[in-house]
Design a protein around this ligand. Structure first.
Ligand code: AMP
Length: 147
């Protein structure tokens, strides 16, 4: 989608730019840290959304959060992974977007986050908006200004 005017770009609805939930790797709050580490390692993502059984967004989980939780004094205690649950180590307070938000709000928030989770009015996870997608739109807009 092209926008020739700054306000048009800032007012674009984010729903046109999200990676939809079916394509987003996630873990569930009750999963073990072992399972979550497998998901993160296999997908290659440094962090993924955490959802509950009703598909509502509950937080984010990264490899760093898991490894920090099993750091012993002299060794990494891998044997503890099975007994730690995702909700013991995840980040609960996360920045997110509502599906009705505009590109401007996404731009403001994405400065500090590689991606943002998108939810609907009931808190149901709809997908993510990545910094990559936002930068692509900005690049198209800036290059258009030059022509
Ligand atoms: P990217 O813009 O593709 O580099 O993605 C930035 C970050 O967004 C990744 O490191 C992941 O944490 C997250 N991400 C992107 N795509 C997905 C996906 N399909 N499933 C889960 N997380 C994703």
């Amino acid at each position: 989608m092209l926008s020739t005017n700054k306000q048009d770009l800032l007012n674009l609805p984010i729903k046109d730019f999200i990676i939809s939930s079916e394509k987003v790797a996630h873990v569930q709050i009750g999963n073990s840290a072992e399972h979550a580490l497998l998901v993160l390692t296999r997908t290659g993502y440094s962090s993924v959304p955490v959802l509950d059984v009703k598909y509502r967004l509950k937080g984010l989980l990264s490899i760093k959060m898991i490894t920090e939780s099993i750091l012993g004094l002299e060794r990494i205690e891998y044997d503890r992974l099975e007994s730690i649950r995702v909700d013991d180590v995840m980040e609960h307070e996360v920045a997110y977007l509502q599906i009705t938000d505009t590109f401007k709000r996404a731009l403001d928030l994405v400065i500090n986050h590689a991606f943002l989770c998108v939810i609907d009015e009931e808190g149901t996870f709809m997908g993510i908006m990545t910094r990559r997608v936002i930068l692509k739109q900005l690049k198209r807009y800036i290059y258009q200004l030059e022509t």
